[in-house]
Write a protein that binds this ligand. Sequence first.
Ligand SMILES: NC(=O)c1ccc[n+]([C@@H]2O[C@H](COP(=O)([O-])OP(=O)(O)OC[C@H]3O[C@@H](n4cnc5c(N)ncnc54)[C@H](O)[C@@H]3O)[C@@H](O)[C@H]2O)c1
Length: 266
Amino acid sequence: MLAAKRVIITGAGRGLGRAYAIAAAAAGASVVVGDIDTDAAEQTVAAIRASGGNGVAVTGSVADWAVARALTERCVQEFGGVDGVVANAAIMSTADPWDEAEDDLRAIAEVNILGVQFTARHAMRAMVESGRGGSVVTVVSGARDGIAGMSAYGASKGAVAAMTANWALAGHAHGIRVNAISPLGLTRMSQADHRSDRPPMPDPSRVAPVVTALLSDASAPLTGAVLRFDGTMLGRYDSSLHTFATSPAGWRGEDLAAALVLEAER
Ligand SMILES: NC(=O)c1ccc[n+]([C@@H]2O[C@H](COP(=O)([O-])OP(=O)(O)OC[C@H]3O[C@@H](n4cnc5c(N)ncnc54)[C@H](O)[C@@H]3O)[C@@H](O)[C@H]2O)c1
């Protein structure tokens, strides 16, 4: 499905990113495996090569502009261009909003927001310059709609959803399509989620085919979508506005409050 494609996948040393990288390579892509953990990145590359695939590692933090640029530079040097990027690397920490630590808030913003922007910025630049376009896959989470204790992480994923929508609009004229995936997978990160109502977590290899599909020209018409995939169910989030009251004559505060109470009780 990805023969001759050159793709960058960040956070590919373990977890979902590793599964995406192995699946993309098995589908024929040449893969730049990005991770802050050198050993983990090298192990993913070794697994790709052991199966006859093509992969190289680039290590360092995506929150570092030079590292993010190096991901694209290496993909161009080794493989001749960039056809796809999966900005998957992220971190998570949990706290009540009033107990957040400054360092944690900064780290989540740096890695999960700036790291995604840096990674995709350089890759999209190469796609524009090549005139060939490409596929950008971002990664969000159900936490953007509210999971107790995950406000900083959820906020970062809300930012990624906003980037996805905007990049899809900007990229359209250049043949760049941009979609987000909200995955579920049994990984180091999801094992740190101790909610009693945590949904069952599939093996990451069950989730990886959705990323292969999004990187492939076979899904070319789709852009600007935020998808949910848990290995079984495929869904799409919609962000439509639900209007619940209208008053052409204008509103008084008391009437708005009454309308808000009615909406709350619906
Ligand atoms: N696991 C789930 O159920 C789940 C659910 C929703 C969203 N996600 C998202 O999926 C993605 C992958 O999550 P995962 O569960 O595989 O996590 P994970 O912690 O198992 O793996 C993340 C990988 O990213 C790397 N990484 C961390 N910080 C980095 C940095 N600054 N630069 C480069 N690499 C870095 C880590 O070394 C690790 O190899 C994340 O974006 C996460 O928010 C996961």
